[in-house]
Design a protein around this ligand. Structure first.
Ligand SMILES: C[S@@+](CC[C@H](N)C(=O)[O-])C[C@H]1O[C@@H](n2cnc3c(N)ncnc32)[C@H](O)[C@@H]1O
Length: 311
């Protein structure tokens, strides 16, 4: 299935790519947003398209074939400075993070992301890194599982589900997505349908397996650090947990800060680093939601890096 980029017009409007600018699409996915950015660039412009998923990288290369000014990098955007340093790039004019999972990943049953299709319980965005979900769960305590079910999926009843999932994982009973769905059904005593909790359990485990929130927080912070004055950051989130992180990092960067000594005395006051361009999150309009239901939950925030004299 072809991935349809979400909030693409709005992302382009806020990123505002200039023909000779340097841009980073930190979550290139199937290359939808990346292509739209690449089309705006002239010969002196440059796009760095990053994704941690090797399958996504193949797709981006294909979709951006023929654009000479695009560099495709397989890597984690949580290591953005290292990727830019390797390419000899200093500060950039814009960074886009379209967080989370792509519909291409969700629609590949063998990746194990979907509770609606049978596949091995893997869920790694980069299959060469970390543990597949079943091994990750088998190595986690019930308390750890409880904590991420609550934090990453707002799952309830988290304690009961954590106990059931932990026990099944350690017994080697969670080989497939169907096993996990059945475990959720048994724990809730719901057998005639797949309960809504299955969706939030899958979301929470996926976020934990890929350590997504830590990378997102670090990625937004690093993106701000590597923007030139006037450079733009655009973030797209698909649920409240992701949006909270983007909002929090941008809000903090938009306020004056302080550096304190261990005894609490302020050593230095630091000026705001960004100006918020969107006070409220931007949502997809009804036409886009009708065309692409996935857009329903998306929300976008944008900020502009301040220059030294404005800081
Ligand atoms: C919502 S999709 C992006 C879709 C893309 N904007 C498009 O138009 O096709 C998110 C992508 O980000 C990637 N991703 C998630 N976390 C990442 C991370 N920490 N570093 C790099 N890529 C990441 C996923 O592999 C996925 O392909």
């Amino acid at each position: 299935m072809d991935h349809v980029p979400v909030l693409a017009d709005e992302a382009l409007q806020w990123l505002d790519p200039q023909p000779d600018g340097v841009y980073v699409d930190a979550t290139a996915g199937a290359g939808g947003h990346a292509r739209r950015i690449a089309e705006r660039l002239g010969p002196a412009g440059r796009l760095i398209a990053i994704d941690c998923d090797p399958a996504a990288i193949e797709m981006v290369r294909e979709r951006l074939r023929g654009f000479g000014h695009v560099t495709v990098v397989q890597g984690n955007y949580g290591e953005l400075p290292a990727h830019l340093d390797t390419l000899g790039i200093g500060n950039v004019d814009g960074v886009l993070i379209d967080a989370g999972i792509s519909s291409v990943q969700l629609d590949a049953p063998e990746r194990g992301f979907s509770f609606q299709a049978e596949g091995g319980l893997d869920m790694r965005m980069n299959p060469a890194e970390g543990l597949p979900a079943n091994a990750f769960l088998a190595g986690s305590s019930d308390r750890e599982i409880f904590a991420f079910l609550r934090e990453y999926g707002d799952v309830r009843p988290a304690r009961r589900l954590a106990r059931a999932i932990g026990r099944a994982a350690r017994a080697g009973e969670l080989r497939t997505t169907t096993d996990l769905v059945r475990c959720v059904q048994d724990a809730l005593g719901v057998h005639h349908r797949v309960p809504e909790e299955a969706r939030t359990v899958f979301q929470a485990i996926r976020i934990a397996v890929n350590n997504e929130f830590a990378h997102l927080r670090g990625g937004v912070e690093q993106a701000i650090d590597r923007l030139r004055p006037g450079g733009r950051f655009v973030g797209i989130a698909f649920h409240s947990g992701e949006d909270r992180i983007i909002k929090d990092v941008l809000r903090r960067a938009s306020r004056p800060g302080e550096r304190r000594r261990p005894d609490g005395r302020v050593i230095e006051r630091t000026p705001p680093r960004v100006r918020l361009l969107t006070r409220k999150p931007v949502h997809a309009g009804p036409d886009e939601v009708a065309r692409n239901p996935r857009a329903q939950s998306a929300c976008l925030r944008a900020a502009e890096r301040l220059g030294a004299e404005e800081e």
